[in-house]
Design a protein around this ligand. Structure first.
Ligand code: GRF
Length: 218
């Protein structure tokens, strides 16, 4: 099977992007990170991408304001120029239009720092602590027009500790993110993920499945 050409879309520090780049260094990994696109010119992840010799482009979201279609026309052209097969959103702070999402259906992944469908949106760790959640984690899912809602490919859980702060919990969840994102991209790039009735099957078996639920590393 051919190695899939992947673009990672970021807006910030890009630690998930870095985890994907690291995983893709393995010759047996079925995907290659060939492009990083940032919606912010000062995103720290751009430096990481460039130092790994990966093409890194900026589409400054402030130049487009509410013109989401205009932003996406530029994005689409860059993705085409680099012959991108799959797109990974990794801390990309811009909603995509349903037209764009439909054009790229089942080819765009996102990572969300919570066990979806719990805690969609922002400030997930703070909200999990406030809600008294005992289990928290991260989810890799397909992107659909509704935010943080597509079929789940992989989840990883951590136990919430009585003395956790937002920062300590975020740090443990981030470690899980860095494990499940490369795993989910691998499964997709190998053609092992199928969406049936709005849910993912992996190798024909519904998710969750213990082999894709990554346990708390600590
Ligand atoms: C991660 O927690 C990710 O789940 C969320 O945004 C954060 C991005 O972090 N969508 P990084 O830029 O990958 O370090």
């Amino acid at each position: 099977m051919s190695c899939k050409r992947v673009a990672v879309l970021i807006s910030g520090r890009g630690s998930n992007m870095a985890a994907l780049i690291e995983a893709a260094k393995d010759k047996s990994y079925p995907a290659e990170i060939v492009l990083v696109v940032s919606s912010r010119p000062n995103a720290g992840g751009l430096l990481v991408a460039r130092s790994a010799n990966i093409a890194a482009e900026v589409i400054d979201h402030t130049e487009f304001g509410k013109d989401r279609a205009g932003f996406e026309r530029v994005l689409q052209a860059i993705l085409e120029k680099h012959r991108i097969d799959l797109v990974c959103l990794a801390g990309f702070m811009r909603l995509l239009t349903s037209e764009f999402v439909k054009k790229w259906q089942w080819r765009v992944l996102n990572i969300h720092p919570a066990l979806l469908p719990a805690f969609k949106g922002l400030d997930t760790h703070k909200r999990a602590l406030r809600a008294g959640a005992k289990i928290h984690g991260a989810t890799v899912h397909f992107v659909v027009p509704e935010m943080d809602s597509g079929p789940t490919i992989a989840q990883g859980a951590v136990t919430v500790r009585h003395n956790d702060t937002e920062e300590t919990l975020a740090a443990r969840v981030l470690k899980v993110e860095h494990r499940i994102y490369p795993l989910a991209l691998k499964l997709l790039a190998e053609g092992r993920v199928q969406v049936v009735d709005g849910r993912c099957l992996i190798d024909g078996v519904p998710v969750p499945d213990t082999k894709n639920l990554v346990p708390d590393p600590t």
